[in-house]
Design a protein around this ligand. Structure first.
Ligand code: 6PG
Length: 249
């Protein structure tokens, strides 16, 4: 696995760096494989990034007809709930793009969770790269929780999991309790993963995730290590404030 850490002045410049990276990655994937498989994250950190792509110049820099949108995780609330990850992406980004309905692959919340989980696994299989039962995402966007979670893989969750999707339940801030998430093996099959991390409240956790001992049970973000892929951490200065000197490389 190749790991790159880039420290940016503020969240906005980290989002712009993420935007550039998405454009490059999407155009390369479309040229090579005629499609771009993109998994989005929830949370507050990427909202400005989604808005960036909803208007020129970024909206014109990708052939959206070749993009498939997936989600790394979803909170189990209706799509029109303000806490829905799909709803957030729809409002800020997707409704503004020339994308086909068939290219949107949200995690269903109108089904009982056990069914929704199976249904999502079946969708993943349709885009799989055998022998895998799920796709090799061209790009996965992830966030980091103050407790070390990523997507909806929370501290204390099972480690040796081999299914592509899982149901979790977590009390984190005032957010919905029940979630469905992709699991580490799916993330770890990705070609590229971008973590976007912002704010002083995440500084200590970020330092532990990146430079502390390996404690995947407490720090699930440490499980994200794509075997044949790259992980790029785009962090703002406050989030980077507890990283060792010269970690910007
Ligand atoms: C979610 C996420 C989650 C998120 C982190 C960071 O749906 O809640 O996908 O993993 O990325 O909790 O959230 P913030 O960006 O709001 O800090």
């Amino acid at each position: 696995m190749k790991r790159i850490i880039k420290v940016h002045e503020d969240l906005q410049s980290a989002q712009i760096a993420a935007g550039e990276l998405i454009v490059r990655n999407a155009n390369e994937a479309i040229e090579r494989r005629n499609r771009f498989l993109f998994a989005l994250s929830g949370g507050d950190t990427p909202t400005g990034l989604y808005q960036l792509f909803a208007e020129p110049p970024y909206i014109n820099r990708i052939d959206w007809s070749k993009v498939h949108f997936f989600w790394g995780d979803e909170r189990i609330v209706p799509f029109n709930d303000a806490q829905s990850n799909y709803g957030q992406a729809w409002k800020l980004l997707l409704q503004h793009l020339p994308v086909r309905h068939e290219s949107l692959h949200p995690i269903r919340t109108d089904l009982p969770p056990e069914l929704a989980e199976k249904e999502y696994a079946a969708v993943l299989k349709q885009y799989s790269e055998p022998p895998l039962e799920w796709p090799r995402f061209d790009l996965v966007l992830l966030g980091l929780g103050e407790d070390g979670h990523t997507a909806s893989i929370f501290p204390g969750s099972e480690i040796n999991i081999s299914t592509p999707t899982g149901i979790s339940s977590a009390n984190y801030q005032d957010r919905p309790l029940q979630r469905i998430s992709l699991t580490a093996p799916v993330f770890n099959s990705a070609r590229e993963i971008v973590f976007l991390v912002s704010g002083k409240s995440k500084a200590a956790t970020l330092a532990r995730v990146l430079y502390g001992g390996y404690h995947p049970l407490n720090l699930p973000a440490q499980r994200i290590q794509p075997k044949d892929g790259k992980v790029i951490w785009l962090v703002d200065k406050p989030a980077a404030s507890e990283l060792p000197e010269r970690s910007d490389m």
